[in-house]
Design a protein around this ligand. Sequence first.
Ligand code: G4P
Length: 284
Amino acid sequence: MNDMQSIQWFPGHMTKTKRKIVENLKLVDIVVEIVDARVPQSSRNPDLDELIVNKPKLIILNKSDIADPERTTEWINYYKSKGIGSIAVDCKSRKGFNLFVPMVKDILKEKIDIAKNKGINKGIRVMIVGIPNVGKSSFINCLSSGKKAKVEDRPGVTRGNQWFTVSQGFEILDTPGVLWPKFDDKLIGEKLAFTGAIKDQIMDTEQLAARLLEYLVLNYKDDLKKRYKLEDQDIDNLKGYELLNIIGKKRGMLIAGGEIDIERASIMVLDEFRSAKLGRITLD
Ligand code: G4P
């Protein structure tokens, strides 16, 4: 696999992104951070916490349709214990979206009440942030009922801000703040790569699939056994590559000479994980 450090974002780029997010912060009442519910920790950029001081925040665990529901509840409880509000949503079925407006209003209750008492009826302004591929554009499209075009995947927030109204004086900044992923720890980079957040072209697919299988044996063994009709003796004490061989063989993925087509088996395992055919799996 590529060294994760070598795909770090260019520092100049990061400074510009940070500046733009801070600029836009002044315009909003609340920051909504989107994370991938399958990797709620690894898909967060910890620098964001330093950037958004003195501004309320809500975390959206998106893609909850393909994450482990029990783990999602645990993460929501964890954030709650840290005093951070969070909700689980799914942009595919719109599940959880009904909680968004009441949750933001609850977080901003004091501010809204003070404004109300002063007779001010100002809209609530929201900025969406998150690393690429967590579903920022999908979330914005879902909130705007699909009337908005897909937002380009570019770090920072573009100039010429546009807002759109969601409901009762709710205004969302049309362009999300795109943060860079953080690969301080090799495991974080790996987990992001498993979910497809890092382009496969720069990864070693076979190594990635082998590592994913090793993780699944430890944490989701029953799902793995069920999907590939494996027995304990097929799995126990095997390295990821050996498992890939067995899975490829079971699926009849052979090349000339009767050898197993490991490349094809690797792509299949990664695809089946990403499309939740292996089950609803959370990696953090
Ligand atoms: P971004 O702006 O943060 O970069 O993310 P974007 O909305 O482009 O979403 C990235 C991928 O995640 C898209 O898949 C999108 O369909 C998928 N996605 C977003 N939200 C959800 C969700 O709640 N559940 C599931 N299962 N998937 C979600 P893609 O493969 O890039 O495109 P496509 O499948 O839409 O063609």
